[in-house]
Design a protein around this ligand. Structure first.
Ligand SMILES: C[S@@+](CC[C@H](N)C(=O)[O-])C[C@H]1O[C@@H](n2cnc3c(N)ncnc32)[C@H](O)[C@@H]1O
Length: 252
């Protein structure tokens, strides 16, 4: 099974989609602040869309939305969510390193650590290249990433914790960090109660920490110009050496 396939339903039932739902709520204010696409709402590509919360909210706000992800199970949940909420969203299985669109979108987004799943500079470069290709001229690409500080320090402050606990689900996280390779690891173990027995599942998620300079260099090479980089979009706050997450606003 691929990463996120067996974990998808646990992800969707937890508070994980909160970040992207929050992004849908604050995006109009962010776009106004940075004067992004001031006159109308057009075509949006959400990269690594997961279980589709952000795509569905944006479609409700009048955008024409395409979501891509590599996990079939996440995409199945996303399609289900769109159907339930009676909105039209195109969901496609695509690896973000090789997105197959050209000059189509006004805005691309990628939220909640998704880019940290790319382990090498080549993969990050190839992803930025494919996103730049998919954007129309002057199109925008907004995203967040965990910083090295976030993965190496914040993640390690609590190295073993219960993330979800209900009467039929227990989700445990254990973290570690490889300082030589800048890799953060979360071993997710969860137990689901089926009849009277607990079934055990496990996934190991590895996230790469990239320096801000490495991210900027890959963006520039892809033809994406950094308009701003901040530690929070709500409220907009400067990026510092102890920021756990970096938000980038870039333009083709
Ligand atoms: C932490 S989840 C974020 C999902 C969604 N953006 C959100 O905010 O809830 C990371 C997502 O990245 C996807 N992903 C990881 N590597 C990918 C790749 N190479 N191509 C496409 N999707 C990928 C996973 O399948 C998963 O859905």
């Amino acid at each position: 099974m691929k990463l996120y396939d067996s974990f998808a339903s646990v992800y969707a039932s937890g508070d994980y989609p909160n970040l992207s739902q929050r992004m849908a709520a604050i995006l109009p204010g962010v776009m106004k602040h940075y004067k992004i696409l001031t006159n109308n709402r057009k075509k949006l590509l959400d990269v690594a869309c997961g279980e589709g919360s952000f795509c569905v909210e944006m479609a409700k706000n009048g955008w024409s939305v395409t979501g891509v992800d590599q996990s079939e199970e996440m995409l199945r949940l996303a399609k289900h969510r769109a159907k339930n909420d009676q909105v039209d969203v195109k969901f496609e299985k695509q690896d973000m390193r090789f997105i197959d669109y050209h000059n189509e979108f006004d805005l691309a987004t990628c939220w909640f650590d998704s880019l940290n799943y790319l382990i090498s500079n080549n993969d990050l470069q190839s992803t930025f290249n494919s996103i730049a290709r998919s954007l129309k001229p002057n199109g925008w690409f907004l995203f967040d990433m965990n910083t090295i500080y976030g993965l190496a320090v914040e993640w390690q402050k609590n190295r073993c914790y219960v993330r979800q606990e209900t009467k039929d689900l227990l989700e445990l996280h254990r973290t570690c960090y490889d300082f030589e390779k800048n890799l953060g690891c979360i071993k997710i173990t969860w137990f689901v109660k089926v009849d009277d027995k607990w079934e055990k599942y496990e996934e190991k998620h590895i996230e790469r920490g990239f320096s801000i300079a490495e991210i900027e260099s890959c963006l520039e090479y892809a033809g994406l110009h950094v308009v701003d980089k901040v530690s929070s979009l709500d409220p907009i706050s400067p990026l510092g050496s102890q920021s756990g997450r970096a938000w980038f606003l870039t333009r083709k």
